[in-house]
Design a protein around this ligand. Structure first.
Ligand code: URA
Length: 210
């Protein structure tokens, strides 16, 4: 099956999913959307109210901030692919439970295998911990690491909703976003794995390479 057909099949399955309790309260499933040929994908936690109403990821206030941050680095939202680890809104936006994350996991797994991004930017700690369980967002944001399964390069940043609540997080989030183009340059030069195995940061010496 080609990439487009495979992703359309996943979307169809997500839209009719009844694998966990979340579908009982949600209005719409939110499979994810965007450029399936993008080098970078953005993965959030779970749909909120506006996403639940529209069936689209990051279209509320956090989504607006995400779009502004994307513009800072020269992207429009339709240039990239945006999804979530959980496809139905948890009631009252509560944290997703481990069994809900596990039930939803096969969808994102196939989506990412099909898109095969060079870099996954995780938004918030739940999305980061989906890819490596020992992550701490206050420590690891803005650094490059490999996912536990060794398949992907992960660049965790704070969740835009956290930045809306606290301007200090907003400044850190923007600073981390501004590093994304240089991360991509490293990855394109085959330097991503080395950086992820070190401290995950581009130091000044490395930056001088460009
Ligand atoms: N927060 C998320 O984590 N995902 C969305 O799609 C919207 C808000």
């Amino acid at each position: 099956m080609n990439k487009k057909a495979l992703l359309a099949q996943v979307e169809k399955n997500v839209l009719t999913c009844r694998k966990c309790r979340l579908c009982e309260h949600a209005k719409n499933a939110v499979p994810g959307e965007g450029n399936i040929d993008s080098e970078i994908v953005f993965i959030g936690e779970a749909p909120g109210r506006t996403e639940d109403e529209t069936g689209r990821p990051f279209v509320g206030r956090a989504g607006k901030l995400l779009e502004n941050l994307l513009a800072e680095i020269g992207y429009k939202r339709e240039d990239v692919w945006i999804g979530n680890i959980i496809k139905h809104r948890p009631p009252e936006n509560r944290d997703p439970l481990p069994d809900e994350i596990a039930a939803c996991q096969p969808y994102l797994k196939v989506q990412l295998e099909a898109i095969a991004p060079k870099l996954i930017i995780t938004l918030g700690r739940f999305a980061m911990n989906y890819f490596y369980t020992d992550g701490k967002i206050t420590r690891d944001h803005g650094t490059l690491r490999k996912s536990s399964d060794g398949k992907y390069l992960i660049f965790p940043v704070y969740h835009p909703a956290a930045a809306l609540r606290n301007p200090d997080f907003g400044a850190v989030l923007k600073n981390d976003f501004l590093k994304i183009p240089e991360m991509l340059q490293f990855i394109s030069k085959g330097e991503g794995d080395k950086m992820a195995e070190g401290d995950g940061k581009a130091d000044e010496g490395q930056l001088g390479l460009f």
